[in-house]
Design a protein around this ligand. Structure first.
Ligand SMILES: [Zn+2]
Length: 247
């Protein structure tokens, strides 16, 4: 028996510092974290590992959107920069072509929408799995369908002879089971997606001290591509208004 040889290819990010860059998502200059994208190739049994830098990945420090730079692109990175140094210092050191940049600490609506786009993108990475919603929906649907079948039969609408009670019950039960499974899976998926969006949005809000009302205003000004976030935002706003009412 010949040994099984497995070839494995992986990518690893190696952080190297910061660079000032114009974020297409935030529509303004932001500090970007820069990392080397390193490809490792591993051949089991030969135990030979090769590593190769295949490019650079820049991640916006505000909205976390990532950009891939091809190998060979020359950029200057500052390994020692900290947010306290200020964005202008980073721009002067790493990307002087940007010149004088707007360093007003106030957030723009474009930045708020960038965060909302990031939240929607995080939700779209969720794999669609039915979870317990499908089973629960099927169970409820089958029960309800059976009852409906029985009701139709009892009132004489099923068209089956009086003694043939089980047929309409089984048919209606099966239809109810299929419909219930579909509705249950959909509701479960929606609930799971909204829960994840809420969690990611809350993290962004805490990290950047974002206000739900201002997010809502930015959403109303332009909601293209981020409509999915509306119920999550509305829930947060109503919670906040009831909080302030209580105390
Ligand atoms: Zn950004």
């Amino acid at each position: 028996m010949s040994p099984l040889i497995i070839y494995e290819k992986k990518f690893r990010l190696e952080s190297k510092g910061w660079i000032a860059y114009r974020c297409p998502n935030c529509e303004k200059v932001q500090p970007f974290m820069c990392a080397d994208n390193v490809r490792t190739e591993h051949l089991y049994y030969v135990l030979d590992v090769t590593e190769k830098k295949v490019g650079e990945v820049l991640t916006c420090g505000f909205c976390l959107m990532s950009l891939s730079l091809e190998k060979g692109t020359t950029i200057k990175v500052d390994p020692d920069w900290t947010p306290e140094d200020g964005l202008q210092v980073l721009a002067d050191r790493t990307n002087p072509e940007l010149g004088r940049i707007e360093t007003d600490s106030g957030r723009t609506d474009a930045e708020r929408r960038a965060v909302m786009r990031a939240v929607c993108a995080a939700a779209s990475t969720l794999t669609t799995e039915a979870g317990p919603g499908m089973g629960l929906g099927a169970l409820a649907g089958a029960g309800l369908g059976t009852l409906v079948g029985w009701g139709f039969h009892a009132t004489g609408w099923s068209g089956y002879p009086q003694e043939d009670m089980f047929k309409p019950m089984v048919i209606a039960g099966a239809v109810g089971l299929a419909l219930g499974a579909l509705v249950g899976a959909w509701l479960w998926g929606r609930r799971r997606t909204r829960k994840l969006m809420r969690k990611v949005l809350r993290e962004f809000m805490e990290r950047h001290d974002l206000d739900p009302e201002k997010l809502w205003n930015a959403y109303c000004a332009d909601s293209e591509g981020i409509q999915k976030i509306a119920p999550v935002l509305e829930a947060m706003r109503s919670e906040r208004s009831s909080d302030s009412f209580d105390g």
